[in-house]
Write a protein that binds this ligand. Structure first.
Ligand code: ADP
Length: 634
């Protein structure tokens, strides 16, 4: 599974690099071959071939470096590449620069460089030992170090007793001894590393390096013998050096070939591991219960959430349940449901009653989804079940239902109480209002009549409030029914406006005459009356009050506008609430305001199946709108 984005482009880049390096390898090999075909092979031709071989080794090493991920191996390769680069420079200096330019001091420089070439290798083996400290037996040092120290002492002793200064300078002798000592240090470190518990490929690479350095060491040792004892070795040291580099080249090629295969397998197994890890994490982190069934329907594995939700142990379920025989325990309602999965169907049950673990016999519920999985050939490979514990939800649901029932009962009781209370409050008012006219005819005194006016005004106000409360409570109780009629809205508006002729307002009825709509006439009257009454009350002498009607889709839209005082935006939202009065403290009493008119309007409009809203600008006026659905059944 390719889980990382950009992985493909990374692979492409790697392939491109591989091809480029392979091209270089082929080119260099061809050049080496051509050089060896030249006859006679002069020292320069031989040197050029050596340089090309070293370059070849560097390129193969570089290829290994980029294709490996192991940090230790990468470090070792880095060490080899650095050493080889230094030695390549040494050959260049020795063969070309010194002979061509005849610069004397270049020779010692190149010899010191040769010694420096050992350092990267020594450094990285040393680092390998430090980084993997826990993989080595510390007691080994006591055997290896004295052994190699002894070897160094032998060399030093041998050299000091055999110097023939005529043949070689002290400086050169010292250098030769240093080469040998550097070689011994490397060999000592690599021996220790090879005895540790390192990964196979690192050991393999170390063996290559060790044999290569050992061959060089032999060459150096023979060289020392040759110069100190004036023995003619017949060019044996050079043979060892050539053997060393040849061995290195071939071994690196074999290693890189093996590495190609192992890194391919490594890559694949890493991807497989990643996929497995991803699936495992996904499964274990899922809050839902996940169960995996094989192709025969046997439950092979479940996640931790499954164990927690069903309150079971792994041992109790894995391998114990089968999708096709234990369908009931798993929450399916019939065997055919399970069978339908075999046809590739997905099963989704919103609420089922499984019989596993804590669900056994209990009144618990879960949701369940089971779907088939397929292998890369498209064959069904098993089934995955995902379930969620709903028992809490079911409990919560019944709690909410219970609370809702309680609230509804209480609300209905309150409605009933309001209705009864309003009726009871209204009852004594009727005889009071009835008596008022008789009392008025009997009272002659003007001041007493004024008192009577106050009583009358307040009694009517009280009656008005109670009437509205009764009406609202009937609306709430659903006791008001709708009686459809063919209504002439223009005539209705004119009649209502006529009732307000005492108000000094310019009234405009913009409802097209002749329009007939089907609705409840009484309710429409009440709505318009409330709105027009407000338009009159909350505007000034000379203000304009207009009524309009237009059709919009399936609705009639009525509007009642005035050029009165308007309503502040902050009051717009609450204006239809019961007993809500704008600027209540100022002029409540004077206008006889009670804040129930618009609440009633809203109730009526909703009863007729419409909506109500308004637009207003303080100081400029308001427009109230309401809609009435069209009824085409006449
Ligand atoms: P009431 O008129 O009895 O106070 P309403 O429910 O009819 O009660 O109105 C609520 C409040 O809305 C009123 O008190 C008034 O402040 C405001 N209001 C209603 N209609 C208008 C209007 N056309 N212009 C300005 N204010 C209005």
């Amino acid at each position: 599974m390719n889980l990382g984005l950009g992985m493909d482009s990374q692979n492409d880049r790697q392939k491109l690099m591989d091809n480029a390096l392979m091209g270089l390898e082929i080119g260099i090999s061809a050049m080496i071959a051509i050089l060896f075909l030249i006859s006679p092979i002069t020292e320069e031709v031989f040197a050029a071939a050596s340089i090309l071989i070293v370059l070849f080794c560097i390129i193969v090493s570089f290829k290994l470096f980029i294709s490996n991920r192991d940090r230790d191996l990468k470090n070792m390769i880095k060490g080899l590449m650095s050493s080889l680069t230094i030695w390549m420079v040494v050959i260049l200096i020795e063969v070309f620069f010194t002979s061509h330019f005849n610069i004397q001091y270049l020779m010692p420089v190149s010899e010191i460089l040769m010694l420096a070439g050992y350092l990267p290798l020594i450094y990285y083996v040393h680092r390998l030992l430090i980084d993997n400290r826990d993989r080595f037996d510390g007691r080994l040092d006591r055997k290896i170090i004295p052994g190699y120290l002894f070897l160094i002492l032998v060399i030093l002793y041998y050299a000091s007793s055999n110097i023939i200064p005529v043949k070689i300078s002290y400086f050169d002798t010292l250098l030769l001894i240093s080469y040998l000592i550097a070689g011994i240090i490397f060999l000592a470190l690599s021996t220790k590393a090879l005895l540790g518990r390192l990964e196979y490929r690192i050991k393999y690479f170390l063996v290559i390096l060790t044999v290569f350095i050992f061959l060089n060491f032999l060459g150096d040792a023979l060289n020392l013998i040759e110069v100190l004892r004036a023995v003619d070795t017949g060019g044996l040291p050079a043979t060892f050096y050539s053997l060393g580099i040849l061995y290195l080249t071939l071994s690196l090629l074999v290693f890189s070939f093996n590495n190609r295969n192992t890194s391919l397998i490594d890559d694949m197994s890493k991807k497989l591991n990643d996929t497995q890890r991803f699936t495992r994490d996904l499964m274990s982190q899922s809050p839902d219960a996940v169960s995996i069934f094989n192709n025969d329907g046997s439950m092979v594995s479940v996640n931790d959430s499954f164990l927690r939700i069903y309150n079971v142990t792994r041992h109790e379920v894995e391998g114990k349940y089968n999708l096709f025989t234990d369908w009931k325990a798993l929450g399916l309602s019939s065997g055919s449901q399970a069978e339908s999965l075999k046809k590739g169907n997905i099963l989704a049950l919103e609420r089922c009653k499984p019989g596993i673990g804590k669900f056994k016999g209990g009144d618990f519920y879960s949701s369940l989804k089971i779907f088939p999985t397929y292998d890369s050939d498209g064959r069904m490979s098993g089934y995955v079940g995902i379930s969620m514990d709903l028992s809490n939800n079911v409990g919560l649901e019944s709690d909410i239902r219970c609370a809702h029932d309680k609230l509804r009962d209480e609300y209905e009781r309150k409605l009933e109480f309001t209705g009864i209370a309003a009726q009871e409050l209204k009852a004594p008012l009727t005889p009071i209002l009835g008596c008022l006219d008789r009392v008025r005819s009997e009272i002659k005194d003007e001041s007493q009549r004024q008192y009577l006016d106050i009583i009358e005004r307040n009694a009517y106000r009280q009656k008005n409030i109670i009437d509205r409360m009764v009406e609202l409570s009937r609306l709430d109780n659903g006791k008001i029914s709708v009686r459809y009629d063919d209504v002439d809205p223009c005539g209705l508006a004119n009649a209502i406006l006529g009732n307000y002729s005492t108000y000094k307002r310019t009234t405009v009825n913009e409802i097209p005459s002749g329009t007939i709509i089907r609705t409840d006439k009484e309710k429409l009257h009440n709505i318009l009356d409330n709105m027009i009454s407000n338009a009159m009350k909350y505007s000034y002498d000379g203000s304009k009050v207009s009524i309009g009607l237009y059709e919009q889709g399936p609705e009639y839209i009525f509007s009642v506008s005035d050029t009165g005082r308007g309503i502040h935006p902050s009051d717009l939202e609450r204006i239809f609430e019961r007993f809500y009065i704008v600027d209540a403290n100022n002029d409540k009493r004077e206008c006889g305001r009670i804040g129930l008119g618009l609440a009633l309007v809203k109730g009526y409009v909703q009863l007729l199946g419409g909506r109500v809203w308004l637009e207003s600008t303080p100081g400029e006026g308001s427009t109230f709108y309401f809609s009435i659905p069209k009824h085409n059944d006449f």
